[in-house]
Design a binder for this molecule. Sequence first.
Ligand SMILES: [Zn+2]
Length: 220
Amino acid sequence: MGAWNPGNFSNDIALDYVSGIASMDDLKRPIDTVVSGLLDYIDADLACEALAAADLLAGMLGRPATDLPEKTQDLLSKFSEPSADMLTLARTAAARILEASELAELWKEEESQAWNDVIGDLIQRLDPNTAYKSQESEIPVEGGFICSVCEGIIPDSDMITVEIGFPNMPGITMGTYFHHSCLEANFKPPYFSSEGSVEDALKRQIERFLLSEDNNRKES
Ligand SMILES: [Zn+2]
């Protein structure tokens, strides 16, 4: 690979691939190939293409990567917004690549955490139900966190953060954020153990809540 930076558009394979995209099928192809389960091994070129494709989908949701090439803006505006199924496939592809692929092995030898963070951020940006937090604003700016229940902005003093897992994606977590009152109105206590850690029962409740929100969205 010519360029060596953790961003999904910061390598030559991804850029070559992006410059050749003409249709939604071109976006689907590498994602489908990764998710198909037909491959024994996901090589680095395929992984770079699938991650670039997934990150373009995030761009279509209005959640672009910081290194999204400017010329892709025109391209993205030609496509309709990706379906919920397509986004699920893209999240699964990214999680598989993170879990076991040639690219993951290559990054293990380098500054793996930076790359892991890029992929974790991508998975979060691909989920319309998660609060969108750009890579550049790790430290919440004013109004940085959105309540998972009411979608209102949470003042720091009123914020409860709960890390939950993705169903079927072991090892990957995401932060969910709540107003105190929204948490109490929607979920049963106990919320925290005496040591202050989040109760597993609360995490399960939140996962079910997010899942049912997801289903409502599909039905509407
Ligand atoms: Zn709220």
